[in-house]
Design a protein around this ligand. Structure first.
Ligand code: HDE
Length: 699
């Protein structure tokens, strides 16, 4: 049999490198037999009935019919990346885990996700984000399965089905998709008031991140670290992003849901492809384990509470860099199976009743999702250190186990495998000998009963602009609720949290302001919670360089200068292809929307292009008074960028015409006219603060 040479298109080209699209050149059946025709089924004559004996047809369709597996019941939509964790060695006596020893490098795989939406939903929904990290340590896999919000809706795992049923689409019509803005969600959280702190975070800008690269991560629960000599400490895990914490505006996230539902997935993959590797530092807040699991009146076993960093600073233990995209989404990102019980010596759980239920749940879910008990053998889930268990057989067993005695004790396999030996006085590393006693009850401690003070603490720690966004988010969400009692009950909760917040939202809904049930107590704000202020690296920020039909002089140098500052220049021109100066056009007036850019640069004359495909809404958006010579799509782009408080730079006078047509003053905050030589540096300075904050109107 001749082996055909590859047809055009058989070898994929990715970023200039030729990669084979398959493992070898010739197509075979799953049994390895050669195939000469995969385009026609076997028939009696070319128009005749298809023959049952066509095994290639049967195999191909059978496999296709079973390509989908059940999506995750929560966190269904996600994006993943590979990377390396490097320990600073600062854990010292705190933790004996090998991967935290000085200079140790450990491979990791991270999956970010939205919680509510199904696998095909949009990335930018208002939601909590999952932040799950698999550390492939030399002592086995450690999974840190956290979120981008440090508090949770419920205090006991037994409530998880309730909160998830409430936030998922209504069971009758199965709408709305990937939204919390509906009656059943607010019905539940206004009745189950421990959820008020988490919902406050969701209604803030934290619920709509700018990028996975710009999110904090939290272990949420309190964990136990075991140090030298068996000493136990309680900790809360934190991931601190190098690029800072930044968010979209609500309008941006809504526009992105339509214009680019893969906004976050694309952003992560593009940044890694471009070499702008996202980084986070892993840190812990440390609490003495004195047996009370309590700190300054905060019950550390209550997952609806966090501890402000001003009270207990985060101590950094190491750095994670994500430097490789998955090469197959299904094999890696979809099949990865995390579990909070995947622990290594030195890290243990606490009695947080939410965490305890999670320890049961995750194994259970993988059985159904990944089709049996051997999901640990799927390459993405395999530990990198040797595995020597006595688990046998089952669906999808890939190992060919040797020996005849997979049981203990045995004599027939020489007594193997043996137990790890403890040094004298050493404690079993995975089970801290915590003393436990008490009666069996279905109850919760009194310390779990404060449901409002941390929501208040968070809200009052935000800047005025951020508080404004929170007011708008509640007004939107409750405005989408149709049952009056649901809205009223949630407004009562808001009154219990903060009077001004309740007042603003009731006004937007046209309802009377409720009295607080108990006077809101004072809280000490935590400035670390605000995203406004501070200055951050701008790696991988997208800069839209909008040019007209004629490539402006010096365009190539502008593009290079922006790259030199580690940002990503994207030239936006009337047509695709290359400019006359040979610079690649990355976006056209037809495909570009402001959501994609962190700042815009206008160069030259942006006149309307004759006979171009102009969407009707863009035509309508043009300033009718101007008798516009500026392309209406550029006008729309500018108006959106302006509303979203993005910096707009003009590098010459010609570009001012576009501003004027869009009704934007050249003197407005964040609108600059600069010389081309200083553009890139000025962009970096402005974007270090993420947005032009003083453009947001604050009432
Ligand atoms: Fe999860 N959670 N969860 N969860 N969770 C799952 O596991 C569950 C909770 C979190 O990218 C599921 O493999 C219960 C808290 C992340 O693959 C499921 C309870 C936190 C991910 C499950 C919780 C999380 C999951 C769905 C209450 C933050 C995505 C598929 C007791 C600390 C991991 C799967 C990934 C996924 C159950 C509460 C984070 C069903 C029962 C609290 C980041 O097993």
């Amino acid at each position: 049999m001749n082996h055909p040479s590859p047809q055009p298109g058989h070898a994929g080209s990715k970023h200039g490198t030729q990669i084979p699209s398959q493992t070898s050149e010739s197509l075979t059946t799953s049994q390895g037999s050669p195939i000469t025709d995969t385009d026609h089924s076997l028939k009696v004559s070319d128009r005749g009935p298809t023959l049952l004996q066509d095994h290639h047809l049967r195999e191909k369709i059978m496999h296709f019919d079973h390509e989908r597996i059940p999506e995750r019941v929560v966190h269904a939509r996600g994006a993943g990346a590979h990377g390396i964790f490097t320990s600073y060695g600062t854990a010292g006596d705190l933790c004996i885990a090998d991967f935290l020893q000085s200079g140790k490098q450990t491979e990791v795989f991270v999956r970010f996700s939205t919680v509510v939406g199904s696998r095909g939903s949009m990335d930018t929904a208002r939601d909590t984000r999952g932040f799950a990290t698999k550390f492939y340590t030399e002592e086995g896999v450690f999974d840190l399965v956290g979120n981008n919000i440090p508090v949770f809706f419920i205090q006991d795992g037994i409530k998880f089905p309730d909160v998830v049923h409430a936030v998922k689409p209504h069971p009758d019509r199965e709408i709305p998709q990937a939204q919390s803005a509906h009656d059943t969600f607010w019905d539940f959280v206004s009745l189950h008031t421990p959820a008020q702190a988490h919902t406050m975070w969701n209604m803030s800008d934290r619920g709509i991140p700018r990028s996975y690269r710009m999110m904090e991560g939290f272990g949420v629960h309190t964990f136990r670290l075991i140090g030298t000599g068996g000493k136990s400490s309680l900790v809360k895990f934190h991931w601190k992003p190098k690029l800072g914490v930044h968010s979209l505006t609500w309008e941006e996230s809504q526009l992105a849901a339509g214009a680019d539902p893969d906004f976050h997935r694309r952003d992560l993959a593009d940044a890694i492809d471009a070499g702008h590797y996202p980084e986070w530092e892993l840190g812990v807040q440390i609490f003495e384990d004195d047996g009370t699991a309590e700190f300054h009146g905060i019950d550390l076993l209550d997952p609806t509470k966090f501890v402000p960093e001003e009270l207990v600073p985060v101590q950094l233990l190491g750095k994670m860099v994500l430097d490789r995209n998955p090469s197959n989404y299904f094999a890696e990102t979809e099949q990865v199976a995390f579990h909070p019980g995947h622990l290594v010596p030195g890290i243990d759980v606490t009695d947080d009743p939410l965490l305890q239920a999670r320890l049961f749940s995750y194994l259970d879910t993988q059985l159904t999702r990944l089709g049996g008990p051997n999901f640990g053998q799927i390459p993405i889930n395999q530990p990198k250190n040797p595995v020597n268990d006595m688990l046998r057989d089952g669906f999808h067993q890939h190992k060919i186990h040797e020996g005849i005695a997979p049981y203990k004790p045995n004599s027939l396999d020489g007594g193997c495998p043996f137990m790890s030996q403890l040094a004298e006085g050493e404690l079993p590393p995975l089970e801290y000998p915590q003393r436990v006693e008490g009666e069996k009850v279905r109850a919760e401690p009194v310390s779990f009963s404060d449901h409002y003070s941390q929501a208040r603490l968070f809200y009052r720690s935000l800047s005025r602009t951020e508080q404004e966004h929170v007011k708008q988010a509640y007004s939107f969400e409750l405005g989408k609720c149709t049952v009056p009692e649901v809205r009223e009950r949630q407004l009562q909760c808001l009154a219990n949290i903060d009077a001004a917040l309740a007042q603003a939202v009731t006004q937007a809904l046209g309802l009377p302001v409720p009295e607080a049930e108990t006077a809101p107590g004072e809280v000490e704000p935590s400035p670390a919670l605000s995203q406004v202020g501070g200055s951050w690296p701008v790696d991988g920020r997208n800069i839209g360089i909008v040019i007209g039909a004629q490539a402006p002089e010096g365009h190539g140098q502008l593009v290079q200068a922006i790259k030199d500052e580690l940002m990503t220049p994207l030239t936006v021109a009337p047509h695709g292809g290359e400019t006359s100066a040979g610079v690649k056009v990355e976006r056209t007036y037809f495909t570009a929307r402001s959501i994609e850019f962190d700042a815009l640069v206008l160069v030259g004359d942006l006149a309307a292009v004759k006979d171009a495909q102009v969407p009707l809404d863009a035509k309508a958006g043009a300033n009718p008074g101007s008798g516009s010579a500026v392309d209406p799509r550029v006008v729309l782009l500018l108006q959106e960028a302006y509303r979203h408080s993005k910096a707009i730079y003009c590098v010459d006078d010609a570009a001012h015409k576009a501003l004027a047509t869009a009704g934007i003053s050249a003197d407005a905050p964040g609108v600059f006219t600069v010389a081309p030589q200083s553009l890139a540096q000025q962009l970096a300075t402005t974007l270090a603060m993420h947005r032009v904050w003083d453009r947001f109107p604050v009432s």
